[in-house]
Design a binder for this molecule. Structure first.
Ligand SMILES: [Zn+2]
Length: 321
């Protein structure tokens, strides 16, 4: 039965009622000065990695790379076509540290960004981020590749002027398009402050996902954020140098026990070529489905996990009217 709501993928709009298991945060293409030597820039390898994700149990993913960081919307659309994975692309820009001094992004004002973000959702993403108002990227059937989610970022306990301009433009684009807003946080700092800023600009907290919330695995903080309606992006698995998966299993169990399981989204955010199997690294995008999810299912049960994989992302990604 149709809910009437749609999710905007790179190959067109899909009825939210038929949505499937979703990895809410990966990158098929990404080039940033913050990750030298970890460029994701090979379409054939990224296609192979998307197949590995699909074969680990995922039907959909968000490609979370915003503007100016090596995006290739036409390539993402070809990967969606080749693999059958539904992919939602991102309009927006990252936290300021990803853009070197002198990068043209530093000159863009909120009105310019608002116009571009709306255009990416409504009409299509630029073929080349160096020419943001130029020709649109095309999918294999010749239609423009449209974004389905908005994204910004904040620094560690700091929202810079650059990042504030992004958030204001995202809010305006949200009001115009109904697309959800993802915000990259550093260790889940400034989460309430970002939600306050967005709410003051007309973005309800239940249209926002706080990416990397699990970098501060504090169930009390997370439940408070969820009670405001915000979604919590958990995507820090397979990083034992900073945090064991065991801590994230315990965090998730505590958040579910407190009644906030309907606010959690799961993703890998693997993001580095040295971590992609198809680029010669490990553990790859299949780690989440193959290694982590069986443990999470044992910990909190299938129903709670399936809510995080299907119902929660479908609700967030459905364009509000
Ligand atoms: Zn990411």
């Amino acid at each position: 039965m149709s809910t009437g709501g749609v999710i905007r993928t790179v190959l067109g709009d899909v009825d939210a009622a038929g949505w499937g298991p979703t990895d809410y945060h990966e990158h098929l293409f990404q080039v940033t000065p913050l990750l030298p030597g970890d460029e994701l820039d090979d379409e054939r390898a990224s296609t192979r990695e998307a197949e590995l994700l699909r074969d680990s149990g995922f039907a959909a993913m968000i490609d979370a790379t915003p503007s100016g960081l090596g995006r290739d919307p036409a390539g993402v659309a070809r990967i969606a076509e080749a693999t059958g994975v539904r992919i939602v692309a991102t309009a927006g820009r990252h936290r300021e540290a990803h853009y070197e001094p002198g990068h043209p992004a530093h000159a863009d004002d909120a009105a310019t960004l608002k116009r571009r973000f709306i255009a990416e959702i409504a009409y299509g993403q630029p073929r080349d981020d160096a020419d943001p108002d130029g020709p649109r990227a095309l999918s294999p059937d010749g239609s423009p590749v449209r974004a389905g989610i908005l994204k910004g970022g904040a620094d560690y306990w700091r929202i810079s002027a650059f990042e504030r301009v992004t958030l204001l433009a995202l809010a305006a684009a949200h009001r115009a398009t109904g697309a959800a807003v993802m915000v990259h946080l550093e260790f889940c700092t400034a989460a309430h402050e970002v939600l306050d800023l967005l709410a003051a600009e007309g973005v309800a907290s239940d249209r926002v996902v706080l990416a990397h919330a699990d970098r501060d695995p504090d169930p009390g903080l997370h439940v408070a954020l969820a009670q405001r309606g915000a979604y919590l992006g958990y995507d820090g698995f397979a990083r034992p140098r900073t945090r064991s998966d065991a801590e994230l299993l315990a965090l998730t169990a505590a958040v579910v026990a407190a009644g906030a399981g309907d606010r959690v989204l799961l993703g890998g955010d693997v993001a580095r070529r040295t971590r992609y199997i198809a680029y010669g690294g490990m553990p790859g995008l299949a780690y989440l489905g193959d290694r982590y999810l069986p443990r999470l299912r044992a910990e909190i049960g299938d129903a709670a996990v399936d809510t995080m994989l299907v119902a929660n992302p479908a609700r967030l990604l459905t364009l509000s009217r």
